[in-house]
Design a protein around this ligand. Structure first.
Ligand SMILES: [Zn+2]
Length: 418
């Protein structure tokens, strides 16, 4: 074993998909829930921290966390509003265009989105006159969806909700799940529910951050308590197959540092032959060794090295009297900051476009969150971009920091200054 690595102990729980044995490979220490932003009056209260340890299933290869906190506690109020990223909105608008054409959707069809958030996606189908239904457990984001006219059920999706909908005569020609699969505690109930609400000739598209890209890109900050599972095409294939569905196409996307969009249909739908993209993706995962525990142990060593490099840079900058602000307050940023132990001694504050977060404090590190104008007021020497996956959009929006000689710190995949 490498002298710098610390391998966490194996879990005494089973894989949430196949009940196989779990082997720990990455210990990110104790962390609070990454979406638990604090108000000022909470700063002096005790704050719950949970172990952030990633496990590999030795049977089905699904990478996962233990469920330390019940999902009801995490997702009943959610600080993430999908509509606050221009790049993400553009991504889903184009998706709505192409899938509508590919499947020939129209006023007689129905689109159901699970994890519909604030209606950011379904609004585009509504604009085409296609009936929609959103399902999301977070009442606050669902209220934002309804305010823009998107009908939304406030529920955790699974077999129970799926059966209720079918009893009401509701099924979908298209079921969409964007960045929701990772957040599902009862994975089998969720995927079975997708099969139940899908019309016999319907299509289900699911997007998730691609574990291959997470590993290759050293994106350890994609790991946080709200993400219970981390998917490869290989694992997704097994999970869909276990519930009577078949993946017939896969697209690679730029979103969230590199995602997959898998297209699934009922296993007996002969109208949809399996396209070559499926074997190609799965081969690339085998070549990268994603079915082997040793690959994950190597990833953990690289993560630990990245922490040391980022801290070295920040210590040096502070020793030279430089000022550093953050940009963004995404969940992943809180994994990075808590794991590395970066608090207000390094980062004076961060800013976010989402007004819901203004005046709040980051969980664990207690770094205050302001509106983006704060950057022009204080003119920091460096801006650490926490949602590094949107670095092109953000460095363009913030190009004015060059006026006072400001530069950007991109922490992932390796620390770079631009
Ligand atoms: Zn398993």
């Amino acid at each position: 074993m490498h002298k710098h690595s610390s391998v966490p102990v194996d879990a005494d729980i089973e894989c949430r998909f196949c009940s196989g044995p779990l082997a720990g490979f990455l210990d990110l220490g104790m962390s609070p829930l990454c979406e638990n932003f604090l108000s000022k009056d909470q700063l002096n209260l005790m704050e719950p921290f949970y172990p952030l340890v990633a496990y590999f299933c030795r049977n089905c290869c699904l990478v996962q966390l233990q469920e330390y906190v019940p999902p009801q506690q995490i997702f009943s109020e959610y600080a993430y509003f999908s509509s606050y990223s221009d790049a993400w909105l553009d991504h889903v608008r184009r998706y709505a265009e192409t899938i509508t054409q590919r499947l020939g959707l129209g006023p007689a069809s129905r689109v159901i989105e699970v994890g519909s958030n604030d209606g950011y996606l379904l609004q585009f189908f509504m604009g085409k006159g296609i009936p929609v239904l959103g399902i999301d457990p977070a009442a606050n984001v669902a209220a934002a969806a309804r305010a823009r006219g998107v009908p939304t059920m406030v529920r955790f999706f699974g077999v129970e909700v799926a059966r209720e909908l079918v009893e009401e005569g509701i099924q979908a020609d298209l079921v969409v799940g964007n960045n929701v699969l990772a957040q599902v505690a009862d994975l089998n109930s969720f995927v079975k529910g997708l099969a139940i609400i899908l019309q016999p000739r319907g299509v289900c598209t699911i997007e998730f951050p691609h574990l291959l890209k997470t590993m290759l890109g050293n994106q350890f900050d994609q790991i946080y308590h709200e993400h219970f599972s981390y998917f490869t095409a290989l694992a997704a294939e097994k999970i869909f197959a276990a519930h009577g569905m078949r993946i017939f196409d896969i697209e690679e996307l730029w979103t969230h540092g590199g995602s997959l969009r898998v297209y699934a249909c009922h296993v007996d739908d002969e109208t949809r032959p399996v396209l070559p993209s499926v074997a190609r993706l799965e081969d690339s995962e085998r070549v990268a060794g994603l079915h082997l525990f040793a690959t994950y142990a190597n990833f953990a060593r690289r993560v630990q090295e990245t922490k040391r490099k980022l801290l070295s840079f920040l210590i040096e900058a502070k020793s030279c009297g430089k000022t550093i602000a953050g940009y963004g307050a995404p969940g992943k940023g809180n994994t990075l900051l808590n794991y590395c132990g970066i608090r207000t001694d390094f980062i004076h504050y961060t800013v976010d476009r989402n007004p819901y977060k203004h005046g709040k404090y980051l969980p664990g590190t207690h770094i205050p969150v302001f509106s983006p104008e704060r950057i022009t007021e204080t003119k920091p020497d460096y801006v650490l971009i926490l949602p590094w996956n949107l670095k092109n959009e953000i460095t363009t929006q913030l190009s004015y920091i060059r006026d006072w000689g400001g530069r950007f710190i991109i922490p992932i995949p390796e620390v770079s200054i631009i």
